[in-house]
Design a protein around this ligand. Structure first.
Ligand code: SF4
Length: 326
């Protein structure tokens, strides 16, 4: 059970994210905190996060949106959900608010860009599909390995549910991408497992993926150490960051610890190579991997321009042959 703390949002509801790739679209978090409780989640350490097992629901979001949107001099083409929470958390109050907010945006010809690891209820799915030209969806899937998902994404939807939701969206004409982010080095980057995942992704008609390894910060490391009971898995994961660089998130200016560049190059090249075999284009999250790639991974869809993975400059194209099982 998730405890819901109701709160009134005081600041503007339509606010751009600091991240470079989201800086040109307004974004909305319906909650502070996220009931999915992924252990690698950066948002768990945010000061407004109400803590384990709780979310703070901004119950006046729709009211503020009704006030702000008509007064915008330049109407946004779309709104992104959500930079530091998930809009499809398994919490009835959050889902009810999400439905009403989406309905209001669609009735005002405003699009919805979303990224979720959650279960999309039928009612919401029908609404999204009925407004397919106003929706661009990202479905996050990190691995098909159930044991790892139980540890790292304990309350998110199963990969089967996420894949079937992506399929339904695609069939309804919704532009839909898969985001394999975060890849957990040593745990979810095995070539055979990636091939199985990409095969499943290709089988539902996905043509675009975006990828990144997990990033760490001291509070994330503390969360992992406090909650991952499988110490072997934890040690494997953390060992891949011991000599990794501290990079600056593009736009946000905050620091993140990443695996060493050669390891990331190897992982990304491997994913890209397998994805190519399935005619899937790969983008790298350049906000987190500024030393390896530039351009946009189109986390919010193509509201701000057509996606073209070929235009993203991969700084490691010469390493495309490194994908192999070890
Ligand atoms: S679904 Fe996203 S926002 Fe929610 S806990 Fe997982 S990573 Fe964090």
């Amino acid at each position: 059970m998730t405890e819901v703390i109701k709160a009134k949002r005081k600041a503007a509801v339509l606010a751009p994210s600091q991240l470079a790739c989201l800086s040109k679209l307004p974004t909305i978090n319906l909650t502070a905190g996220c009931a999915h409780q992924c252990l690698y989640c950066y948002a768990r350490s945010y000061s407004q996060n109400p803590g384990q097992g709780r979310v703070r629901l901004y119950e006046n979001t729709l009211e503020k949106l009704r006030d702000e949107l008509p007064r915008k001099r330049k109407r946004p083409r779309a709104v992104y959900f959500s930079p530091s929470s998930d809009v499809f958390q398994p919490v009835p109050e959050v889902l009810a608010l999400a439905y009403n907010v989406f309905e209001y945006l669609f009735s005002n010809e405003t699009g919805v860009a979303l990224l979720t690891k959650g279960r999309i209820p039928d009612r919401h799915m029908s609404l999204l599909c009925a407004n397919s030209t106003l929706v661009q969806a990202g479905i996050g899937i990190t691995t098909l390995k159930t044991e790892l998902l139980k540890i790292f994404e304990p309350r998110a939807a199963t990969p089967e549910v996420r894949l079937s939701q992506a399929k339904r969206l695609i069939e309804a004409g919704v532009s839909t991408r898969i985001r394999i982010d975060p890849i957990l080095p040593g745990l979810t980057d095995d070539a055979e497992d990636l091939n199985e995942l990409l095969n499943a992704i290709a089988s539902i008609g996905v043509k675009q993926i975006a990828i990144s390894t997990a990033f760490l910060r001291p509070p994330i490391i503390r969360t992992l150490k406090g909650h991952v009971r499988d110490k072997r898995a934890l040690d494997i994961l953390l060992s891949h960051y011991e000599s990794g660089p501290t990079l600056t998130m593009h736009g946000a200016g905050t620091s993140v610890i990443m695996p060493p560049a050669p390891l990331r190059r190897k992982i990304y090249s491997c994913v890209k190579q397998i994805a190519q075999q399935y005619s899937i284009a790969t983008s790298i999250c350049a906000c987190k991997n500024g030393d390896l790639a530039n351009g946009s991974c189109h986390i919010a869809g193509d509201w701000l321009g057509e996606p073209d993975a070929r235009r993203q400059r991969f700084l490691f194209d010469s390493l495309d042959s490194v994908c192999r099982q070890e």
